[in-house]
Design a protein around this ligand. Sequence first.
Ligand code: SAM
Length: 276
Amino acid sequence: MIGKLYVVATPIGNLDDITLRAIKVLKDVDIIAAEDTRHTLKLLNSLEISKPLISYYKENEKTKSDIIIKKLKDGKNIAIVSDAGTPGISDPGEEVIKKAIEENIEIIPIPGACAAINALITSGFSTKEFVFIGFLSAKANEKRAKLKEIKYETRTLIIYEAPHKLETTLKDMLNILGDRNVSIAREITKIHEEFIRGKLSEVINKIEYRGECVIIIEGSSISKEDLNIENLCALSLEKHYEYYEKQGLDKKDIIKQIAKDRKVNKNEIYKEFLGK
Ligand code: SAM
């Protein structure tokens, strides 16, 4: 019989955050695939669990996935864990899960801690819709390009950052996104857990640049669409008309749209284009 693949979340700091089900699964499986076996060994020792471990990290994800799939096909039940939190979230996991799906192997999530979600829910920003960005590129130009890309994102943004890059990243954010409201969740579930909230310009000066952290940024109050409308309204009426004409709208719809963009009565616009 084919084995099952368990995707097990582990604590992001406080070891008490392991779930009863995670402990049971880690005890029951045949093998544990870990991002860093030494790291996972500490957790397993604290739970008095002894299991064969396979190392499974980003750089060897592809080859190790094949080995894991083979063992699952041989009937072994396997749990994958990352160093902290939920596997696959800015951590290895995606590759083996894709392959397991292709091979019709059953995948069972064992839910638990995730830094992104805990930083989001304590931010005070909208949790209705949010965008998980994960780590920004380590290359300055790529990082700035990404920030420009998300500048008009109206949903709450979740970004992971390493402590030594935090200051530069916050400064880049201030320059590119403007002085937005942010909430920085530092050392979640650990002794020095802290939430630093305020405008980017204030937070940059008061934060200590150490410890793990998640940056939550309030969504933009202006969407790309609003910006486009703002730009269109800055044009002459003729150019505004031409813009929608090029999009294939007929005269009636163009006038309706221009009136909506400029927040005026459509008769006013209609008069301007009488006889045209
Ligand atoms: N898979 C993990 C999860 O579910 O959250 C994320 C792993 S990612 C490699 C590590 C990043 O997650 C850190 O750089 C930091 O941004 C964030 N992180 C992890 N643990 C954290 C904690 N206790 N407090 C704040 N941020 C944390």
